[in-house]
Design a binder for this molecule. Sequence first.
Ligand SMILES: O=C(CO)[C@H](O)[C@H](O)COP(=O)(O)O
Ligand SMILES: [Fe+2]
Length: 221
Amino acid sequence: MGEIQITPSILNSDFARLGEEVRRIPGADWIHVDVMDNHFVPNLTFGPTMVEALAKASDVPLDAHLMIEDADRNALDYVDAGCGSVTFHVEAAKAPVRLAREIRKAGARASMALKPATPIEPYEDILAELDMVLIMTVEPGFGGQKFLDLCLPKIRRARALMDKHGVETWLQVDGGVSLETIERCAEAGADVFVAGSAVYSADDPDKMVAALREKASAARS
Ligand SMILES: O=C(CO)[C@H](O)[C@H](O)COP(=O)(O)O
Ligand SMILES: [Fe+2]
């Protein structure tokens, strides 16, 4: 299992002041950027041009979460935009192995996301192709939703498969992660934690990043 990493999502930050918003969280390991196309999910956010501007606005690397239908054709635009990690949804990718290899070859970490009803088991044999697996703990599309406890067994099963294969693939959770829910995710085996509304609704977002890190670390020991 990798080190605990906290990855705030800017989905619930002030989009009119995005540059300032990302500079409020210098203690974050990554900045999670939710790209939505209004087809894969019923919401629309931003594309590669805005992501490129954001990458220049912060020293913290960007972790792009692509909730877009044509992932095979568009994912590399986000590597070119300056993201250090690019996550595509397996439900949207026609050729996940080829896509992961292309992302790595282009110079970013390759990651694959699963919606709550998508099982991990069919992907056991491709874990070594991936730098990270993202297990969604809400239905993708919106920030501020309630954490789905029904996803915890899948986090445990994903961790067991990673241990079985001896891969160094990170295990990220995304959706409803807060001071109330992060311990459950860490106990189940997650090591990378996305938190959107929990961080940006806090008076001091960077202090919340530290508090989340402490809770997740305590749950491990
Ligand atoms: O991918 C996402 C939604 O599809 C977001 O990253 C996620 O929901 C973060 O926001 P919150 O912590 O408020 O749930
Ligand atoms: Fe996300």
